[in-house]
Structure formats: structure tokens, C-alpha cells
Design a protein around this ligand. Structure first.
Ligand code: ATP
Ligand code: MG
Length: 430
């Protein structure tokens, strides 16, 4: 293993969270090994500021739990320990060992590690050494270890060389590593996009053959990964890679074909991703609801046309299409209600925005979903969808006061009164 002394790398303790340093020194004082690992070391070596800090240790989860009062063991597939300091959580992982060791006579490992007949890792709680832990990680650039006591970096898999060459390279045999955990293919896309690195040939070439395994990943895990793919500020580049490697179908099957074939549909999704990246860069809030609305809109349009063909009015057709697309989408991505509800409201608003007359139109501007729906309308226009210059109308209309809007929409005093008297009427008995 290569050991890089402190004067040959640029990691400074100043850029490491005090909580992470505390966790590592406490573990060392108890006679354990403890290193900073994963994305934090990678980002520190690249001169960035890591968003979270993971620690790897030779202490078992129980031992770690015993050292820190403020900790708890979580996970089943991978048992790890969370050590909490206020709002910050330091994730402490015990070194993983080889789960397919030939020497099974000494210890029954099946209770700790399990693979499906296709090679998928179902459980991985066999513990090992730093060297074993390094080769179990996904990418060479994610397998560097920093010792905050000696200031040394441990590099067992040429991670430093790949960082210098801007190379995303999976550790070990790519097909085998993808079979163990197909999500690693998405991680390859994610880090290639985030770091703007190129993907090493073998790491690339094995993807086509292993991609169908992504269909077996639980929808909850895919949704977690979806958030990391698109909500980290590199959505646009990530989308390009997902299209290049034809992996989008495992995240959004309903839209994938349309996005691949239809330039306008693709432009809409690209524009949504670009907007999201820009907003993140500017420190503005972003919501998965908006990205999902854009990503699935091409499918909604296709379905809505089918519903229209059955004679449904536009608004009904869009709402029904939204329902269809939603039910299909949640089979692959388990979208929580707090995102799927606003997503559908954005869709449903698109037909409501077509009505520019009457009291409803005047009041729409004050609806809490107006802003997102209006932004979405502009996005559709940006992508080349013909909305009859609806965007311009709403751009001007929303700057008016409610009174001005009411009168412009032909819903002045007299209309108001008519409406009020109607609503005051007692409901008809059924
Ligand atoms: P981020 O900047 O997104 O936090 P990260 O590299 O820290 O990036 P995490 O998802 O936090 O990514 O994972 C921490 C580390 O755990 C990774 O760097 C990698 O070494 C290892 N790891 C994570 N997921 C896998 C996986 N599916 N297979 C193998 N190793 C993994
Ligand atoms: Mg991390």
C-alpha cells in the first residue's frame, strides 16, 4: 500500500470538521484505528470543501457505540454507526472484509454476508482490514484514507493517480462489482458528472451488459440515488451521461423513450436540469417536485393525447394522464407524497393557465403553486412547445393588482356579486 506523507499532499486539518477530528482521536485513544475516508478525502485532495465526513475504523459497530454516548447503530444491509454532534452526523463504518473468502471453515460468514444467486450483495457485515476495506469501495478516488494523527494518506488502489488523471475507475472487475451492487453504475455517472472526470474504458464497457440489473433495485433506494443525481448541482451533466449510457430508463421508464426520440421533450428536461443547477449555484431553493414534473412531463403529454382521443376535455385529460404517469413512475422511484402532490399540481396547473379570462384566472396568481407552475410554463416554451404565448400573458398579468387583474379578466364588480350570491345559496339536498 502506498503511504503519502503530509508534505506530499494538500489536505489540511483546517478543512476537516472538528466533530470528525474528535471522533477519530477518541477512537485512536481507545486503541482503535480510525481514518477519514470516501468523498471527504477525495474532495479535500481536490481542494474542495466536503459536505460530510465519513470515518472508517477497525472497531466493530458495538465497540464504536460503546465509545460514544451520542451514537447509535443503524442499517441492516450495512451496519454503521452515526455519531451525532448537534446537527452534524459523523458516519463511522467498520472496515469490510472479503465476504467470499475461500476459508469458510474458521467462521461461518453466511450470517454476516449474503449474495443473491445473481451476485447481488444482500448483506455485508463481514469485517476486515484497511486493505480489504479499500477494495470493497466503489471507485478508486473514493478509497483514500486520511490519518488525522500522522497526517498520512493511505492509497491502496491508485486513487491518487486517478484523481490526478481525472479518471473515474471502478475497483476490481467492473461487471462483478456492478452485479454485487448495480447502483454503482449510477454512482459512476454521478461522480463523473460532479467531478467532470472521464470514465475509464473497462468501467464504461461493462455498463451495457449489467444495466438491466438496475431494474431489481428497490424503488426507495433508487429514489435516494435520484436525489443525489439531480439535486447536487450537476444535474445537466448527469442527465447527458445517463442518456449516453442509456440508464435513464431505470429511473424514468415512462419518459425515457420520448426523451430519447423527441428533441423537444429532451430540451424541456435539459432546461429543467440547467435551471436547477443554476439555482443551486446561486444558493436558491430547489425542489425535487419541479425536476420530477419536468422529467415526467413528456410521458404526461403522450398519455394526455390518448385521453383526449377518448373525448376527454383538456383539463380532465391532463389530470388523468398525470394519475397514469404517477402510478407507473412510483414502481421504479418511490416518490414521497410531499413531492408527488406538488408535482401533479404543477401539471394540473398547465391547463388552468390556458384560461386567461374570468375570476379564476385573476385569482390564480395568488395560488401558492402559481410560481412553480408559471416557471414550468416558461420552461415548456423555452423547449419549443407552442403555448400560444401564454408565458408572456402571465408574465405581465402577475404584475397587476388583484383589482386590475379582475377587471382585465372581465371579472369585475358585477361578476363578483353574481358569483357570491350563487355560493350563498344553500346546497341542494341530495
Ligand atoms: P458524496 O460527496 O456524495 O458524499 P461520497 O463518496 O462520500 O460522496 P457516499 O455515498 O457518502 O459517497 O459514500 C461514502 C463512501 O462509501 C464512498 O466514497 C465509497 O467509498 C463508499 N461507498 C458508498 N456506496 C458504495 C457502494 N454502493 N459500493 C461500494 N462502496 C460504496
Ligand atoms: Mg459522503
Amino acid at each position: 500500500m502506498k503511504v503519502i506523507p503530509r508534505d506530499e499532499h494538500t489536505i489540511s486539518r483546517k478543512n476537516i470538521s472538528d466533530s470528525a477530528l474528535k471522533v477519530m482521536s477518541r477512537l485512536r485513544n481507545q486503541g482503535f484505528k480510525a481514518y477519514l475516508v470516501g468523498g471527504a478525502v477525495r474532495d479535500l485532495m481536490l481542494g474542495g470543501h466536503p459536505k460530510d465526513f465519513d470515518v472508517a475504523t477497525d472497531a466493530t459497530p458495538e465497540e464504536v457505540n460503546g465509545v460514544f454516548r451520542n451514537s447509535r447503530i443503524i442499517g441492516r444491509r450495512f451496519r454503521i454507526v452515526h455519531v451525532r454532534f448537534g446537527r452534524e452526523i459523523i458516519e463511522v463504518t467498520t472496515f469490510r472484509g472479503h465476504h467470499d473468502s475461500e476459508d469458510t471453515s474458521t467462521r461461518d460468514k453466511s450470517a454476516h454476508s449474503r449474495q443473491s444467486d445473481k451476485g447481488l450483495l444482500l448483506r455485508d457485515n463481514v469485517f476486515g482490514t484497511l486493505e480489504e476495506d479499500a477494495v470493497r469501495r466503489d471507485l478508486t478516488v473514493n478509497a483514500l484514507y486520511y490519518d488525522s494523527g500522522t497526517f498520512e494518506v493511505y492509497d491502496h488502489v491508485h486513487g491518487v493517480a486517478d484523481l490526478k488523471r481525472h479518471n473515474i475507475c471502478i475497483i476490481g472487475d467492473p461487471a462483478q462489482r456492478y452485479r454485487e451492487d448495480p447502483v454503482r453504475m449510477l454512482r459512476v455517472m454521478r461522480f463523473a458528472a460532479k467531478l467532470d472526470f472521464s470514465i475509464e474504458d473497462k468501467t464504461q464497457n461493462a455498463i451495457a451488459g449489467c444495466a438491466p440489473l438496475l431494474a431489481e433495485i428497490p424503488a426507495a433506494r433508487l429514489f435516494d440515488e435520484f436525489l443525489k443525481l439531480f439535486m447536487a448541482g450537476y444535474a445537466q451533466r448527469t442527465l447527458e451521461l445517463l442518456l449516453e449510457f442509456d440508464l435513464l430508463q431505470y429511473l424514468a421508464p415512462a419518459s425515457n423513450k420520448k426523451i430519447r426520440r423527441d428533441a423537444q421533450a429532451r430540451r424541456l428536461v435539459q432546461a429543467a436540469m440547467r435551471n436547477t443547477d443554476t439555482r443551486i449555484l446561486d444558493g436558491k431553493p430547489v425542489t425535487p417536485a419541479f425536476i420530477l414534473a419536468a422529467l415526467l412531463w413528456p410521458a404526461v403529454r403522450v398519455k394526455a393525447e390518448q385521453h383526449r382521443g377518448h373525448g376527454e376535455p383538456l383539463q380532465v385529460a391532463i389530470n388523468n394522464a398525470g394519475q397514469d404517469v404517477m402510478s407507473e413512475a412510483v414502481q421504479t422511484l418511490s416518490i414521497p407524497k410531499r413531492f408527488s402532490i406538488p408535482m401533479r399540481e404543477i401539471w394540473e396547473f398547465q391547463s388552468r393557465l390556458e384560461r386567461t379570462k374570468g375570476r379564476r384566472a385573476a385569482e390564480l396568481v395568488d395560488h401558492r403553486r402559481f410560481r412553480a407552475a408559471y416557471d414550468f410554463l416558461l420552461l415548456r416554451e423555452e423547449a419549443g412547445e407552442d403555448t400560444g404565448e401564454l408565458g408572456d400573458f402571465w408574465t405581465d398579468f402577475q404584475t397587476l393588482s388583484l383589482e386590475e387583474r379582475l377587471s382585465q379578466a372581465g371579472a369585475g364588480e358585477s361578476n363578483q356579486r353574481k358569483r357570491r350570491s350563487r355560493t350563498r345559496r344553500p346546497p341542494a339536498s341530495s
